[in-house]
Design a protein around this ligand. Structure first.
Ligand SMILES: [Zn+2]
Length: 199
C-alpha cells in the first residue's frame, strides 16, 4: 500500500455511493473518499498546480475559476466530502455542467494534486527516482468505448510499466513528460526507488 493510500484512508465512513448514479460518478465517489490528512502537505506549489489545472478545465469560464479552485482545495484538504464537492459544483450553474462531469473534474483535480503531494513528499525523504507501474486497468474513461487517443495513451502507459524515472522530471510517455496518475483517467501508480536498495 502506498503512503498516499495510507494517508488517504477514510477518516470517517466514506460517502454512501448511491446506486442510481452513473458508473463514472460511482467510480469517482469511490475513488475519492473523505480525506483527512496533514494540511501542511498542501504546499504553495500544490496550490499553484491546482489553480493551473482549474484554469485548464475545458468549458469553464474565467469567472468560475476562483470558486472552483477554492472548492477543490477545501475538498483536497478534507473539509468537504466528495458528494458536497459535486453538489457545490452544480450550484455554480456552470453551463453544461452535469453531476457526472463535476465528479470527473473532482477526481481529476484530486489525482493531480495527489501526484504533486507524493512527488514533494518523496523529494523531502531524499528519494529521487521511482518506477512507473501500470495498474492493469486501462487508462481510459470508458474502456468499452475508447477514443483513438485513449488507445494510444493506454498502450504507451502499459509500455512504461517498470520504467525508472527521475521524480522531479517525470517520464517521457506518449509525446510528453508526465507522471503516473496525472493524465486524464490514468490509473498508473509508482514505486519509490530507495537509494542504495534498488537500481
Ligand atoms: Zn496510466
Amino acid at each position: 500500500m502506498s503512503w498516499l493510500r495510507r494517508l488517504l484512508q477514510p477518516s470517517t465512513k466514506p460517502t454512501e455511493v448511491k446506486k442510481d448514479y452513473s458508473p463514472s460518478v460511482r467510480y469517482a465517489m469511490e475513488a475519492m473518499p473523505t480525506i483527512k490528512f496533514d494540511p501542511s502537505v498542501v504546499t504553495k506549489s500544490v496550490k499553484a498546480d491546482l489553480r493551473r489545472n482549474v484554469e485548464l478545465l475545458a468549458g469553464v469560464e474565467k469567472k468560475h475559476v476562483k470558486q472552483i479552485y477554492e472548492l477543490a482545495l477545501r475538498s483536497i484538504v478534507g473539509r468537504r466530502d466528495f458528494h458536497s464537492f459535486c453538489t457545490e459544483m452544480m450550484d455554480m450553474h456552470i453551463e453544461g455542467m452535469t453531476r457526472s462531469k463535476a465528479a470527473e473534474i473532482g477526481r481529476s483535480l484530486a489525482n493531480k494534486a495527489g501526484a504533486v503531494i507524493e512527488r514533494e513528499r518523496r523529494t523531502s525523504l531524499g528519494i529521487t527516482h521511482a518506477k512507473w507501474l501500470y495498474a492493469n486497468a486501462p487508462c481510459m474513461r470508458d474502456p468499452n468505448h475508447p477514443s483513438a487517443a485513449e488507445v494510444q495513451r493506454d498502450a504507451a502507459h502499459c509500455a512504461a510499466n517498470g520504467k525508472r524515472y527521475e521524480i522531479s522530471k517525470g517520464l517521457f510517455v506518449d509525446g510528453k513528460w508526465t507522471w503516473p496518475g496525472v493524465d486524464e483517467d490514468c490509473k498508473c501508480v509508482s514505486r519509490s526507488i530507495i537509494p542504495g536498495l534498488e537500481k
